[in-house]
Design a binder for this molecule. Structure first.
Ligand code: MN
Length: 508
């Protein structure tokens, strides 16, 4: 059973009308005083009015719908209108875009294929203390469903090019009001169909017995699971199918961002840039306090929180590329290197700024900073399809320019110098993941929709090989950028980076 696209649109339109209707009495008000009725309720009401064999279909009334059934395991528009607009399944992304992603994936696969995607599992920090749950990226990209204990199966039966060329089954936790009373709500099987547009919503607890039905007739099973139990269950369920990895196909799709995805990354970038600029206005003497300030400001400025454990490194600690202890004191004459980013709707931004905590650059700090900034601007300007370059080629161009700049500042750049002073790549793809679409090469020509970072850096060891006034300094400047045909779209432009702009922040 497939939900025709027209039905999907009808459901969405119906819900939009229900929500927009001013002063419409809300029978659900006893349970959710400030919320308009959900799609779920709207469709139930519709069903109740359709005669079946001359009788009204049996339907539960509002009085019998438990509070747990009106709550979901993640924000939906009806319960969190401050987070999601009508029609959005996750922040910034419409339900329809998720359908299109599944359709695009199966269009890359041969007939008689089944894609099997297990959700991420909850990770424990110690004992019963768990980390915040984060959905597996491909699962999230294709379903928008943000809960653990779930399995998505997307099937392709024939090679039609239609909008609905696939089947979508979502196995998840069935509603359990007593358990949800303890753990908080989850979405349940009805929501798998009505909210997440699965053709079928089944209990994850019955997965093993359902697998033969789910992959029956498939000649190819696409999965990246490392769960050996699931792999052997799949082999048992359909011994003649060949099991193949799916990530090269999901990478092809995920590497090129849609306008809605770029808008999410812009929202994340704006929150990040504004927070950085605000942080630069203040004197900081503790890495930990600066880190906590950004954590709070990211959310205050419209993000959902930190996308990754940040680097907040005072002075020479910036020379440790992935320093994340973030607990030392910062001296007033030092610079601080901060690599941090907010996320929005699970889309990330990745930003680095380096600035003097006093608010004023010394001459040596300014010289080295401007050398890196010049190279960073060169790299950003090349993030356009018309330049016909790969990330690897942009790396080589920026490495060469940085070498020239450092030579002008008196560095001996012979031999292995650049490998020490600039030991990492100038950029990587960004998206749902910080190092997005793992396995997707940096030798691919940049095209509109690619989103990348440009982040040259200089890390001067504290030894006699290098000019004395630069020793121990670490500077990296990084923006997240969407590639367009004729120019870059800098997603993180609110984070100031010119010397005069950073210094002017203290004049206000
Ligand atoms: Mn980065």
């Amino acid at each position: 059973m497939k939900l025709p696209s027209t039905a999907l649109r009808q459901v969405e339109r119906h819900c939009a009308q229900r929500i927009l209707a001013p002063g419409h009495p809300s029978p659900a008000s006893r349970l959710a005083p400030s919320s308009p009725p959900t799609c779920l309720q709207a469709s139930r009401r519709q069903a109740a009015s359709v005669p079946s064999n001359g009788k009204l279909l049996a339907s539960r009334t509002y009085a019998t719908v438990s509070a747990a059934e009106l709550q979901f395991g993640q924000p939906v528009h009806e319960t969190h209108p401050h987070i999601l607009k009508p029609g959005e399944l996750t922040p910034g992304i419409d339900a329809e875009e998720y359908v299109m992603r599944r359709a695009a994936l199966v269009s890359l696969l041969p007939e008689s294929s089944a894609v099997v995607l297990p959700s991420a599992t909850l990770k424990y920090r110690s004992g019963a203390v768990f980390y915040a749950f984060r959905q597996e990226s491909n699962f999230f990209y294709l379903t928008g469903f943000a809960e653990p204990e779930a399995l998505a199966v997307i099937t392709k039966e024939n090679d039609t090019k239609e909008y609905h060329n696939h089947g979508f089954t979502l196995l998840c936790r069935p509603k359990d009001p007593a358990a949800e009373q303890w753990s908080g709500p989850w979405s349940g099987l009805q929501a798998a169909r009505d909210v997440f547009n699965a053709d079928i919503g089944w209990s994850i607890h019955k997965m093993e017995s359902l697998l033969p039905d789910l992959v029956r007739g498939a000649k190819y099973i696409y999965t990246d699971t490392t769960n050996t139990t699931l792999t052997s269950q799949l082999r048992q369920a359909n011994p003649s199918a060949s099991i193949r990895p799916v990530n090269q196909h999901t990478n092809t799709l995920r590497a090129i961002k849609s306008p809605a995805e770029i808008a999410c990354m812009r929202t994340a970038g704006k929150a990040t840039g504004r927070s950085f600029t605000k942080a630069m206005r203040k004197p900081w003497s503790r890495e930990a306090k600066l880190s906590a300030f950004l954590d709070y400001e990211f959310i205050k400025n419209g993000g959902d929180g930190q996308a990754y454990v940040p680097v907040v490194a005072g002075g020479s600690r910036g020379n440790m590329i992935h320093y994340t202890l973030n607990n030392a004191a910062i001296e007033p004459d030092q610079m601080v290197l901060v690599d941090a980013g907010a996320e929005y709707g699970t889309y990330i931004s990745d930003v680095t700024r380096t600035w003097p905590v006093s608010g004023r650059f010394t001459d040596a700090q300014k010289d080295l900073y401007n050398a890196v900034l010049k190279v960073q601007r060169t790299g950003v300007a090349l993030c356009r399809a018309s330049a016909n370059l790969t990330l690897d080629e942009i790396h080589r161009i920026t490495d060469r320019e940085l070498k020239e700049q450092l030579q002008l500042l008196g560095f001996d750049v012979s031999g292995d110098a650049m490998g020490i002073l600039f030991p990492h790549h100038v950029g990587h793809y960004v998206g749902l993941d910080v190092h997005d679409v793992p396995g997707y090469g940096r030798d691919i020509k940049l095209r509109p929709g690619h989103c990348v970072t440009i982040e040259p850096g200089v890390y001067v060891p504290n030894d006699e090989r290098w000019p004395a006034h630069f020793r121990g300094m670490a500077i990296r400047i990084e923006d997240s950028v969407a590639v367009d045909e004729e120019g870059p779209i800098v997603l993180t432009t609110e984070g100031v980076k010119e010397v005069v702009d950073i210094e002017a922040l203290r004049d206000l």
